[in-house]
Design a protein around this ligand. Structure first.
Ligand code: 13P
Ligand code: ZN
Length: 270
């Protein structure tokens, strides 16, 4: 059996959580990540027949039966993952009943997966339908995106258009736009279902006055989506109160879409 601490997927989780903490996206225990792992790869590091304990998830995710995930722990700090991954992360497999998680590794202190597991697993189910390669769901609390939700109308067409208009690269990176949920209580099945509903058409979902969700096939795609939204939101927050001397027009956006052959939300332009 290979050493789990040398597993590339574990190193990826350690690297990305540290980076996100340093960027200020994940204060205290803020944020969570779930990452679908390949059973054959995990089998090189862990005995897949050795279930440490079972943890009820509180919802039915039968479509994910047998899938293995590495997931950040609830109440755990991103800044600590790198120093003690076995306490702050867990590897779980969704059991046959669809409502139980089998712990294969981690949560060493008796902990459990993120309280946002409903939003993660329900989103995975929807994103896998759109793209079977989708492996990552990432949630965090980046400053400018969050600040923007305090002052900008919580409307997905308007937020997407505002962010597309902040910098040339926005529409290139997220031509599919951004879903927006109103403020809701977090950590339950209701916000999970609402997020997953948005994930049917978006890889990005803003939770008003809370944070953002991103979905992608790998860490780079997912992180890159959130990073680009955050950069555009920063431009907005730095300039929204100032007179505009230059602005990206709808025609500019159409020209970009043509030049980059983008499958974009045409209904988000006037
Ligand atoms: P967890 O510590 O349960 O992952 O919750 C953090 C968070 O960001 C809630 O939305
Ligand atoms: Zn959160």
């Amino acid at each position: 059996m290979k050493d789990i601490f040398e597993a590339p997927f574990l190193k990826e989780m350690m690297k990305i959580t540290s980076l996100m903490y340093k960027l200020g996206w994940d204060e205290r225990n803020g944020g969570n990540i779930s990452y679908i792992l390949d059973e054959n790869v995990v089998g090189e590091y862990l005995d897949l027949n050795n279930v440490i304990r079972t943890i009820p998830t509180g919802f039915d995710a039968k479509e994910l039966t047998g899938r293995i995930f590495i997931v950040t722990g609830t109440g755990k700090y991103f800044k600590n993952v790198k120093h003690d991954p076995e306490t702050n992360l867990g590897i779980i497999r969704i059991a046959k009943d669809g409502t139980t998680a089998e712990l294969l590794w981690g949560y060493k202190d008796g902990g459990r997966f993120t309280s946002e597991l409903p939003a993660h697993l329900m989103s995975h189910i929807e994103r896998l339908k759109v793209n079977p390669e989708n492996r990552i769901i990432m949630h965090c609390h980046p400053d400018y995106t969050l600040a923007m939700t305090q002052v900008h109308e919580a409307d997905e067409k308007k937020i997407t258009r505002t962010l597309w208009g902040q910098m040339t690269e926005s529409i290139v990176v997220f031509p599919d736009g951004i879903g927006v949920l109103p403020w809701m209580v977090c950590g339950n099945n209701e916000i999970g279902r609402a997020t997953a509903e948005k994930m049917k058409q978006y890889r990005l979902v803003i939770w008003t006055l809370h944070g953002i969700y991103g979905a992608g096939k790998d860490m780079d795609e997912t992180f890159g989506l959130i990073e680009t939204v955050e950069k555009a939101a920063k431009q907005y927050m730095l300039t929204a109160h100032l007179p505009k001397a230059n602005a990206i027009t709808d025609d500019n956006l159409r020209d970009l879409a043509k030049a980059f052959n983008l499958d974009y939300r045409k209904d988000f332009l006037d």
